[in-house]
Design a protein around this ligand. Structure first.
Ligand code: BEZ
Length: 237
């Protein structure tokens, strides 16, 4: 096989730089992740155009695009279909599909054509136990420096949870801005976790002079972080 045609198959990991690629999309050529420096981006794959679960997801992504944009996050989709299929599918969605109160939905974010599977392979989106010919439903959260911060993989039959994707985006940005961690099921307004300053000391030591902190034990302390503080820090005005 010619060097140029060799497929790189990899499974990127959290903390890795997002693998670079150039691709044709429904919105023109993109250079990834360089075109998104300084912004968060969610790169996601879907198995195939003109399929029902994917249609429900695309309509929901497009419906929520502005909500994600307000949190400084762009969306980029991918499947191993070609550009003409993408365009025809997105036109059908806009012209014909009314679903859960959503209609005339125009998908304005880029949808990558990846008929050679080169991007899908770089991002571990082809998982042969599930399908050799379709990408699984992968979601990569990439930060403004181009680092992968969270990865989700869903099988073909399972539509994604959009509340959770939005929650992840806000939680990652909150952790970065306030130097905290977020507990199970955290939502803005809930208490956040104060990372242990050191490995010793009692709960009482850690709470000393910090009235806003609650310690369950020396290794597990939380503090209040008001919803407004989170949203002011994370959302564009
Ligand atoms: C769907 O999007 O409906 C779908 C795609 C591939 C396999 C199964 C379902």
């Amino acid at each position: 096989m010619e060097e140029q045609q060799k497929q790189v198959v990899s499974m990127p990991r959290i903390g890795d730089p997002a693998p670079k690629f150039e691709a044709k999309t429904t919105q023109g050529k993109i250079i990834f992740p360089d075109d998104y420096q300084g912004e968060w981006v969610i790169l996601f794959s879907h198995p195939a155009d003109f399929t029902p679960v994917c249609t429900s997801e695309f309509m929901t992504f497009a419906h929520l695009e502005q909500k994600f944009a307000k949190a400084n996050c762009k969306l980029v989709g991918l499947s191993i279909d070609g550009l003409y299929s993408h365009i025809a599918w997105l036109r059908t969605i806009k012209d014909k599909i009314e679903y859960k109160g959503m209609k005339n939905i125009e998908v304005k974010f880029p949808l990558i054509e990846d008929i050679t599977m080169s991007v899908a392979n770089k991002y571990g989106m082809i998982q042969p136990g599930e399908s050799n010919t379709q990408a699984v439903r992968a979601v990569f959260f990439i930060d403004p420096k181009g680092t992968i911060r969270t990865i989700l993989y869903y099988p073909l039959s399972l539509g994604r949870n959009f509340d959770e994707m939005y929650r992840i985006l806000i939680a990652l940005q909150t952790a970065d801005k306030f130097g905290i961690a977020t507990p199970a099921d955290w939502r803005p307004g809930d208490d956040v976790i104060v990372p242990p300053a050191g490995s010793c000391g009692t709960a009482a030591d850690r709470m000393e002079g910090k009235e806003d902190m609650k310690c369950y034990d020396w290794f597990f302390c939380t503090k209040k972080l008001e919803e407004k503080e989170v949203l002011d820090a994370v959302l564009k005005k």
